[in-house]
Design a protein around this ligand. Structure first.
Ligand SMILES: [Zn+2]
Length: 195
């Protein structure tokens, strides 16, 4: 499996390459599926969903209790990404032209960059949650209740950040409006020679 860096990023946007992106200590495999279309016009994509990519993120949280003190219970909630993978569609249709192939090459790069943004956003959410994970509680029951509340709130913020990223990037269609490092090419394709 090819580990994609910024230098090899374009290689990983090739459906024939088995690659993975690494962000921090998280390695995210890129999985391609072949999608047969009637024509370039069916590439469509994504005012409500990402057009040619999808990032699957499985998250969870756990709490670690510190030794009991005279004032009660202290602990920390840690949020983590249990599993992540980027699912990409490799499109094809009859009578593809060289321009179609080139258009798809650009689309895949832009789409993979958009999905990488989901991973970056996710890692940012986890880091933010784990800065604020410490808490105390006077009783064991309240300790458990507080841990659940903090963990669930962190996962809700995690989900909201993903939705917000798609809102501002318009699922990649307006990726160029975002600041670095998220900003990039838009996930659009110009179809030529339509029959
Ligand atoms: Zn998206």
């Amino acid at each position: 499996m090819l580990l994609c860096t910024l230098l090899t990023f374009a290689l990983c946007a090739d459906p024939n390459v088995a690659g993975a992106v690494t962000v921090g200590d998280l390695t995210v495999p890129i999985v391609w599926k072949r999608v047969r279309l009637r024509s370039c016009l069916d590439v469509g994509g994504g005012s409500t969903t990402d057009g040619s990519g999808f990032t699957r993120l499985e998250t969870g949280w756990s709490s670690q209790e510190a030794p009991e003190t005279s004032t009660g219970y202290a602990g920390r909630v840690t949020v983590r990404i249990n599993d992540a993978r980027i699912e990409m569609s490799a499109f094809s249709w009859d009578h593809m032209t060289a321009a179609d192939v080139e258009g798809l090459r650009h689309l895949y790069r832009a789409a993979l960059w958009h999905e990488l943004g989901h991973v970056r956003t996710a890692i940012g959410s986890v880091a933010e949650a784990n800065v604020h994970g410490a808490f105390t509680a006077p009783t064991a029951t309240e300790y458990s209740e507080t841990a659940v509340a903090i963990g669930n709130a962190a996962l809700a913020r995690f989900g909201a950040a993903q939705v917000e990223y798609d809102r501002v990037a318009e699922h990649g269609l307006r990726q160029d409006t975002l600041p670095p490092p998220l900003g990039g090419a838009n996930t659009t394709i110009t179809c030529t020679n339509q029959r």
